[in-house]
Design a protein around this ligand. Structure first.
Ligand SMILES: Nc1ncnc2c1ncn2[C@@H]1O[C@H](COP(=O)(O)OP(=O)(O)OP(=O)(O)O)[C@@H](O)[C@H]1O
Length: 724
């Protein structure tokens, strides 16, 4: 993969104070341009170099040439021909990937040896001489791994090839491969293997009552745990249990709450020797699940075991929960993989199938591109935050109805508030404009889902959303007991209706493999072999050399790698690095990443961190969507502090101050949403503010022209490189 650095671009990188809005616009604009330009096969990434955190106001832009990047097909369209073309593509790009070459050097492989062996490997693969790389065997790999994972697979198989054909090229290769051997996950949790567990799967479409039945069982147990994919769902179950008089605690990455003993019906199940109450149930996000002995465990949305980033958490829960009864709720597509894993554990699986409660039908007509056809109770779904606000404005102007908004970047508290506005028939908010964040969690009284598009930018290219995602989002219409008992699904554009109808009528393909990650101990032992290699490279090296069984895949590390790079320059232990890279953040959020570096500095120095020294919220309420986005990032930076306080309680001890700041930030976000709604003109802007924004626009236009010139230079450079 060809890339080079353009260091001359002066960018104001990570700015932590309130006067940064204009400068942050520039970054935002670049990211938006990245999305827009995807169709001409360029991804321009803002790259956070370590020195950019030193307030130098400089950064660099990394330009990755993706070559021709077609849309990734849905699973059932992946065949031998596709496998062949992807194999050739991946073999070509891995041979020129400077990251791979660098890692090979870390393994002691010289450039000349890499050149020679990578060519042999590519030739043998194309000649179908390597079993695992035969096109027919790659179909399953492509489905399991997706685009990003497939590239890793090709690199990983290169090391397997070296191990067989040039065992002396990498020193200790057999030992390294043994350290990175992840083939036997069913042998990992020895304590759990001593327990006889009954596994019950509740499967069915959205809104079929599967979670309801599992929760009924949990509620009647002496002690149990509910593992949720979202903080919001964990909170919902926490409330539900306490309301029903069952003592329940809440544990999420950002929140810990005791049982609600203010409710006189809620009684602890007993007391320990210090007189502290034992509660019956724990409701948590799945990454926070503890594996103590229990009577009942409920794991929600089990199909997420195949999620490229988070799947490992479901696998850990399935392998490790020490409960006599485990209830797994989710899509029928998860049944085969759960059965396979449980067969290896010598455990039986009982499957209970459910049908949808209430009607759901796909409309025969789209809205034909006409916003005036939006009706009260509609939820308009789009996948870009920018579009959410534009659509909201258009609908409000065209119909006179007001729109609530829900998207992933909004804090959960704000999402609940927006959901309440939409659900309340007297609030004046008749329509919801949302992203796929509505697919799980919050109860919504939606009558009709209107998809504005069925494609989504997946970080590499624009791809169709999967059958499973389409059905999950579409299924939110007509939720049982919401007052909208019959649901409808349609599209905004007529050309999307055919695909929607097909997806809504199809069954999601069966899940082939479950995510896993190496333990911190495995990474630590591996790191001792390479004391001079930076942690972020170490992680990729582990992936290069690891061996994984076909029923599993190594979860994506890309988010973790980005975090690892941000904190690479700090003197942290391997264990601390392992902890920090799993912080629930996106390192591309510049403000959050900058705060993480500051927080990590306190960890490195083992000194107490006061949130006030890192975060000062802007005093003004956000009045446009860019400013709102900055507040959203501050909110994530505050919740990151709270997350850290659970892992490093002595360093991040002042949670009260953080909680206060978080509430203040939530208020500003709520006011911002209200202000943007109430003002006139584009994005709710008026008068002098409008002028200010026009000035910004002009500035942005200038920098966008500069960017065009750079891209032209990049194109020319690549042409020359290709010719050479
Ligand atoms: N037997 C029942 N009695 C009363 N309410 C029920 C019953 N079954 C389901 N519900 C209600 O119907 C709604 C949908 O149920 P539930 O959340 O269990 O569905 P689900 O299949 O898990 O859907 P999703 O995958 O969207 O979460 C919930 O509000 C739930 O409380």
């Amino acid at each position: 993969m060809a890339f080079f650095w353009l260091k001359s671009m002066h960018t104001s990188a990570f700015l932590l104070r309130s006067n940064t809005l204009g400068k942050n616009n520039k970054h935002k604009q670049r990211w938006e341009r990245q999305e827009e330009r995807n169709d001409i096969n360029y991804a321009i990434q803002f790259n956070s170099r370590n020195d950019s955190f030193k307030n130098t106001g400089r950064g660099s832009i990394r330009v990755l040439a993706h070559g021709s990047m077609p849309t990734w097909p849905q699973d059932d369209k992946i065949d031998v021909n596709f496998a062949q073309s992807q194999r050739e593509r991946a073999l070509r790009s891995f041979r020129t990937d400077s990251g791979v070459i660098k890692r090979c050097q870390n393994f002691g492989i010289s450039f000349a040896s890499f050149n020679m062996w990578s060519k042999k490997y590519a030739d043998d693969a194309i000649a179908e001489k390597i079993d695992k790389l035969k096109a027919e065997n790659l179909v399953g790999v492509l489905i399991r791994s997706g685009r990003e994972g497939f590239q890793y697979f090709i690199i990983n198989q290169f090391f397997a090839y070296l191990s067989d054909n040039a065992p002396n090229l990498v020193k200790n290769i057999a030992y390294l491969r043994m350290l990175a051997d992840l083939r036997y996950p069913h042998e990992w949790m020895s304590n759990t293997r001593k327990i006889h567990r009954r596994i019950i799967m509740h499967v069915g479409p959205t809104n079929s009552g599967k979670t309801y039945h599992a929760l009924q069982r949990l509620q009647n147990s002496r002690n149990g745990i509910y593992c949720s994919p979202l903080r919001l769902l964990a909170y919902e179950v926490y409330n539900r249990m306490n309301k029903a008089g069952v003592s329940c605690t809440l544990v999420t990455g950002e929140d810990r709450r005791g049982a609600d003993f203010s409710n006189s019906n809620v009684k602890p199940v007993g007391y320990n020797i210090e007189g502290e109450p034992h509660v019956a149930i724990k409701s948590c996000t799945i990454e926070m699940a503890s594996l103590d002995k229990r009577e009942v465990a409920v794991v929600d949305e089990i199909q997420m075991i195949a999620d490229r980033q988070r799947g490992w958490a479901w696998t850990n829960a399935l392998l490790g929960l020490q409960a006599h009864e485990i209830h797994l709720c989710g899509e029928v597509s998860a049944v085969p993989i759960v059965k396979k894993i449980c067969a290896a554990l010598d455990e039986d699986v009982e499957v209970r199938e459910y049908s949808r409660l209430g009607q759901l039908h796909t409309s025969k007509k789209s809205l034909n591109g006409d916003w005036s056809r939006i009706k009260p109770g509609d939820c308009v779904v789009t996948f870009s935050r920018k579009e959410i606000f534009e659509i909201k404005k258009t609908i409000e102007e065209n119909t006179g109805m007001r729109c609530a908004v829900i998207y992933g970047g909004l804090p959960p508290e704000a999402r609940v508030e927006q959901a309440n506005l939409f659900n309340d028939p007297n609030s004046g908010y008749d329509v919801l404009v949302a992203s796929d964040a509505i697919g799980m969690g919050i109860n919504l009284s939606i009558r009709r889902i209107v998809f504005t598009t069925l494609s989504k930018f997946d970080g590499g290219s624009v791809a169709h959303i999967s059958v499973s995602q389409t059905r999950q989002i579409g299924g939110r219409a007509g939720r049982f007991g919401s007052g909208a008992d019959a649901g409808e699904v349609t599209t905004f554009k007529p050309e999307d209706l055919k695909q929607l109808t097909e997806s809504m009528g199809a069954q999601p393909p069966m899940i082939q493999a479950a995510g896993i990650i190496p333990s911190s101990e495995a990474i630590e032992t591996f790191s001792h072999q390479f004391p001079d290699v930076p942690f972020s490279e170490l992680w990729s090296m582990f992936r290069d050399i690891s061996t994984v069984d076909d029923d599993y895949f190594l979860s994506s590390f890309s988010g973790q790698e980005q975090i690892a790079q941000c904190i690479e320059h700090l003197p942290l232990s391997v264990r601390d690095r392992y902890q920090l890279i799993y912080a629930p953040i996106n390192a591309r959020d510049s403000i959050v990443a900058a705060c993480l570096v500051k927080y990590a500095n306190y960890v490195a120095n083992n000194t107490e961190c006061h949130i006030g020294t890192v975060i000062k919220l802007p005093v003004r309420v956000p009045t446009n969507r860019e400013q709102l986005q900055v507040f959203e990032q501050w909110h994530r930076a505050i919740t990151l502090f709270i997350w850290l306080s659970f892992h490093y309680p002595e360093i991040f001890s002042n949670i009260d101050e953080a909680t206060e700041l978080k509430v203040q930030c939530e208020k500003s976000i709520a006011q911002g949403l209200e202000t943007i709604r109430n003002r006139q003109g584009p994005e709710g802007t008026t008068g002098s503010q409008k002028k200010r924004e026009e000035r910004h626009e002009r500035k942005n236009l200038k920098s966008s022209r500069a960017l065009d010139k750079i891209e032209m230079a990049v194109k020319n450079h690549m042409k020359q490189t290709a010719n050479a």
